[in-house]
Design a protein around this ligand. Structure first.
Ligand SMILES: *Cc1c(COP(=O)(O)O)cnc(C)c1O
Length: 396
């Protein structure tokens, strides 16, 4: 590995220098008023990034996985029914967590490479006339396959069925990189972490609860201690925490939100789309295909690229690390060995993306794939030439 090179894994992502500095703080007393000056703006910043006016934002020393657990344990009871589609490793792991907590998961098996089947959700919800399903799980961006799903369509399915279930959305690899609309989509719990779109080190679970989800916490009886949102809310009311907060990371989160909002969320999303389009142009020029089944589900934060049958895609990742000191993502679960992943989210420019595309190309040629050196780079260059980035003009 070389610390000079950017990483091209879909999280943790590259950390901008200003955010590294923001995380590097002297110790403060988290029971002093100083802490409130970090806590409150960080929560308000996250709320804006979620596009919500009303979400209760909770920040735990944890990761996205802890955010999943926060959603489940605060609102549900053992034996409760939840509805979830399995279309990749991350949706699979969230389902596994539900089962380990004694929840009864109705699983909609969905081919890896496809998005969540909102129409199937609607059928199942419509048939559930007794409203036994208490929550619907939706992975907005399946990081294992590079597939985005239509959360508005899942909300529509709930509404069409007139079903009161809560809508839990895993936005770990979409929030702060791809369009996410907490209020408009009627999301009840949104989950993310610090190390993807927020461009920080791993170490925070960032969660938004709707008022309806807060109501549900009164009935849910699953055991919860560390992730109890009421303990957290009680702490926040006094600018405090129920235990020791990760102060440096929270300071980083505050700054990350400022950075994203200063760029403008729509500009952040457009940048991710543009960079992703360049990567996809390269994939096309290589004659390879994405795991994602069609353009409607292409993820703007990660591309999972299929390699020819008989070739072990993981070799690309190993080779890139050993020979060039560059990190790509391996295939996970069902697509292990069949795809490699280029993460293109967070702090990234066209120029950085081009270096990743060039490296992937060198690896594939080294390993004997029939790919023309420079072909993917040229295709991405053409795209970026035609769709120039907004270049920063001020020094701030
Ligand atoms: C990374 C990721 C997770 C897991 O988050 P951790 O921070 O590693 O616990 C969950 N869901 C998705 C979609 C992810 O990309």
């Amino acid at each position: 590995m070389s610390f000079q090179n950017p990483v091209f894994i879909p999280g943790p992502t590259n950390i901008p220098e200003s955010l590294r500095k923001a995380c590097d703080m002297p110790t403060i007393d988290h029971r002093s008023p100083l802490f409130g000056q970090i806590l409150h703006p960080a929560r308000a910043g996250v709320r804006k990034v979620l596009k919500s006016d009303s979400a209760e934002v909770f920040i735990f020393p944890s990761t996205g996985t802890g955010g999943w657990e926060t959603a489940l344990t605060n609102t549900l009871s053992a034996g409760d029914k939840v509805l979830a589609a399995r279309n990749g490793m991350f949706s699979h792991r969230w389902i596994d967590m539900c089962q380990r907590h004694g929840l009864n998961v109705e699983i909609v098996e969905t081919p890896w490479g496809q998005g969540l089947p909102a129409d199937r959700y609607e059928e199942i919800l419509t048939a559930d006339t007794n409203h036994e399903i208490k929550a619907v799980l939706a992975t907005h961006n399946e990081t294992a396959t590079g597939v985005k799903s239509d959360i508005a369509a899942v909300r529509k399915a709930l509404n069409a069925a007139g079903h009161p279930a809560l809508l839990f959305v895993d936005g770990v690899s979409s929030i702060a990189s791809m369009d996410f609309r907490f209020d408009e989509w009627g999301v009840d719990v949104a989950v993310t972490g610090s190390q993807k779109g927020f461009m920080l080190p791993a170490g925070l679970a960032v969660v938004g609860f709707s008022q309806k989800a807060m109501e549900a916490t009164k009935n849910g009886t699953l055991p919860r201690t560390f992730f109890d949102v009421h303990d957290m809310a009680k702490g926040y009311a006094n600018s405090a925490y129920p235990y020791t907060p990760a102060v440096g990371l929270m300071n980083g989160l505050n700054q990350a939100c400022d950075m994203l909002l200063k760029e403008g969320l729509e500009n952040v999303f457009a940048r991710h789309t543009r960079i992703a389009e360049g990567v996809r142009a390269a994939v096309g020029a290589w004659g390879l295909e994405l795991c994602a089944a069609n353009p409607a589900v292409y993820s703007d934060t990660v591309s999972a690229i299929r390699t020819p049958d008989g070739f072990n895609a993981t070799d690309i990742v190993t080779h890139a690390a050993e020979k060039y000191g560059v990190a790509f993502g391996v295939g996970l679960g069902e697509v292990a060995g069949k795809v490699f992943r280029i993460g293109h989210l967070g702090s990234l420019t066209d120029v950085m993306a081009l270096s990743g595309i060039a490296t992937a190309e060198m690896c594939m040629v080294d390993l004997g794939l029939n790919i023309q050196l420079g072909s993917g780079v040229a295709a991405a260059q053409e795209y970026y030439r035609g769709h120039p980035a907004a270049v920063q003009k001020d020094a701030a």
